[in-house]
Every structure is written in C-alpha cells, then in structure tokens.
Design a protein. Sequence first.
Length: 95
Amino acid sequence: MLAEFPKAAFTAEAIKRAAYVFMDRADISLQATESQWQCMITARAGQSFTVEQLAEAFRREVLDQDLRLTIEAKTEATRTAILGLAFSRTGLQGE
C-alpha cells in the first residue's frame, strides 16, 4: 500500500524515524517525487494487521515523529544550556 506525505509538511527524517518504529511489523521503502514522499508499505509475514491498518498507524507515527522533531528543534537551546550547567558542576574539568 502506498502512503504519501507532502514534502512541504513532512521531512524525510520524520518518515525514516517512523519507518524504524515499524521495522518489526512492516517493510517500508521511501521514494521522493518533486512534491511528495512516497512510502510503499508491505506487511511482514505473520502479522495480524491488514496493510490498511498498518498504513493508518504509520501515518499517525509519521505525524508523531514530525512533532517530536519540531519540539527537539524548539527546545535545543534550553536542553544545551541545562546539559552545560549540569556538566559544569561535576568537577571533571581540569584546572
């Protein structure tokens, strides 16, 4: 089954992360067109899910991964500052 995602809304990284989550349930191949990412979804042997159910769940996972990437980007400066502060107080730095 083919699942398509507009390039304007989703990154390849989000789709790859979602494909990784689905590795145990489906084989997913990713191709790019001019305006879309196309994912061919094939259920792995022994799955109790239909390919339509897998495609629906995969679309939700792509959205989830896209939102995670957005949150990571927006909070990067804060996370870096917190880590810098935490490691500055370890006493591991040489004088």
